[in-house]
Design a protein around this ligand. Structure first.
Ligand SMILES: Cc1cc2nc3c(=O)[nH]c(=O)nc-3n(C[C@H](O)[C@H](O)[C@H](O)COP(=O)(O)O)c2cc1C
Length: 142
């Protein structure tokens, strides 16, 4: 079974978590600009999901939502039918209801609209003292 972690990271937090996963291809989504306020997103690297059976989608929270690059990427996909999908986001604010949960919900909605089935979702608080433990637990679960 081919597994891959498809992610976007602006300042490196999400990428550093992605790099802790073993036995996963790491595929980065890239955009012509990393400005979180850009109006029109132009994706310059769009990982192909066709032959991947287990996908983890990961990105930062920006403005109480999943970052625009991830939203644009997910919306650009044709289908996620028959795939096992997990997601995680990294965020800064202390409470996951200040962005993390909305971002995960938003990702789930798009993934389900493409026929994908979401299994696990995790919100990683970058400021938490338990961050390392939370990341280890997530990796174990996924
Ligand atoms: C433009 C912008 C908006 C952000 N909005 C939020 C937010 O609404 N809630 C939150 O908890 N963190 C927010 N953050 C913090 C990031 O989500 C957090 O630092 C994240 O771990 C960055 O991931 P990255 O290093 O992979 O880009 C924001 C950061 C930026 C740059």
């Amino acid at each position: 079974m081919k597994k891959a972690l498809i992610y976007y990271s602006k300042t490196g937090h999400t990428e550093s978590v992605a790099q802790k996963f073993e036995n996963m291809d790491l595929l980065k989504i890239e955009s012509s600009s990393d400005d979180p306020n850009q109006k029109k997103i132009e994706l310059t690297k769009k990982p192909d999901v066709k032959d991947i059976q287990h996908i983890i989608f990961a990105c930062p929270v920006h403005g109480f939502q999943a970052c625009k690059v991830m939203v644009e990427y997910l919306n650009s996909l044709d289908s996620l039918q028959g795939k096992t999908i997990d997601t995680f986001v990294t965020h800064h604010f202390r409470f996951s209801w200040l962005g993390g949960l909305q971002a995960l919900k938003q990702m789930r909605k798009i993934i389900e609209s493409l026929g994908g089935k979401v299994r696990y979702q995790t919100s990683i608080n970058w400021k938490s003292h338990q961050r390392v433990r939370d990341i280890d637990q997530m990796i174990e679960l996924y």
